[in-house]
Design a binder for this molecule. Structure first.
Ligand code: 1GP
Length: 249
């Protein structure tokens, strides 16, 4: 089970790297190459999904990644139709930083009966968008205001509310291609106070940023855009995240 493993690894302070694959962004041969690179770099998870997809390649992307690697594929759905039974688990996201009812509970109601018919592992995830210095596709499409980056106490209150609502996991996201990643102070505060396993992503471009994100308390660090631009960075960023183990709190 993906969640059990995630929980155990987080308990031991083992830091993990997730590569976000946007189904829109690459041709099939590039995708095969990327999946193989991820395997060689010891990437721990592959996330597939996005808040705005332009092409009908979602299912094909999941299938292709599953064929090429044994890295667990976690769905990171932008809407109810981004469900593939070929994935290992689905992050059942509720956008708890926002006040858009459709993304808090509407899409989830549409997806639930479909999920019930599958054996897909469903992981209840409190999803929080954080201001990354400029509007992102996620903030625009979701029509929500992100959490202010300099207000860790709002992030903590939101994360705690998610925990009390029964969520199993939190995801702090500055949004794909964000100018600034999620501040370390916020990561620290949320991880320490809420105590749920924590995924952090958005705007991470260097090994140093990935390392500091993991050291601040992220259990899983997500990178996407930087690898689309510079695939050769994947091994060093993955290694940096894995090396943060000794700094576990
Ligand atoms: C976005 O957290 C992910 O949802 C990854 O962001 O593409 O900026 O790495 P980047």
């Amino acid at each position: 089970m993906v969640y059990q493993k995630l929980l155990t690894d987080a308990g031991f302070g083992e830091k993990k790297l997730a590569l976000l694959i946007d189904p829109d962004k690459q041709a099939k041969d590039q995708l095969i190459q990327l999946a193989n690179n991820a395997h060689q770099a010891n990437v721990d998870y592959i996330l597939v999904g996005g808040s705005l997809l332009h092409r009908d390649t979602f299912h094909e992307t999941v299938r292709c990644v599953k064929q090429e690697t044994d890295i667990p594929v976690l769905l990171f759905p932008g809407s109810a139709w981004q469900i593939s039974t070929e994935a290992d688990a689905l992050l059942f996201l509720s956008l708890i930083s926002g006040r858009n009812a459709d993304l808090l509970i509407g899409q989830q109601v549409q997806a639930a009966p479909l999920l019930h018919e599958t054996s897909l592992e469903v992981i209840s995830t409190g999803y929080m968008l954080v201001d990354g210095g400029a509007p992102t596709t996620a903030s625009y499409i979701s029509q929500t205001a992100p959490l202010p980056a300099n207000k860790p106490e709002i992030a903590t209150a939101t994360g705690l509310a998610g925990k009390y609502l029964g969520m199993q996991l939190l995801y702090l996201d500055a949004g794909s291609g964000a100018k600034n990643p999620v501040p370390h102070e916020m990561i620290k505060a949320v991880r320490h106070k809420v105590g749920l396993p924590l995924i952090v992503g958005g705007g991470i471009r260097t090994s140093e940023q990935a390392l500091q994100t993991a050291r601040a308390g992220a259990d899983v660090v997500v990178i996407g855009t930087v690898i689309e631009q510079t695939p050769a960075l994947l091994p060093s960023i993955t290694q940096a995240v894995h090396s943060a183990l000794h700094y576990a709190g």
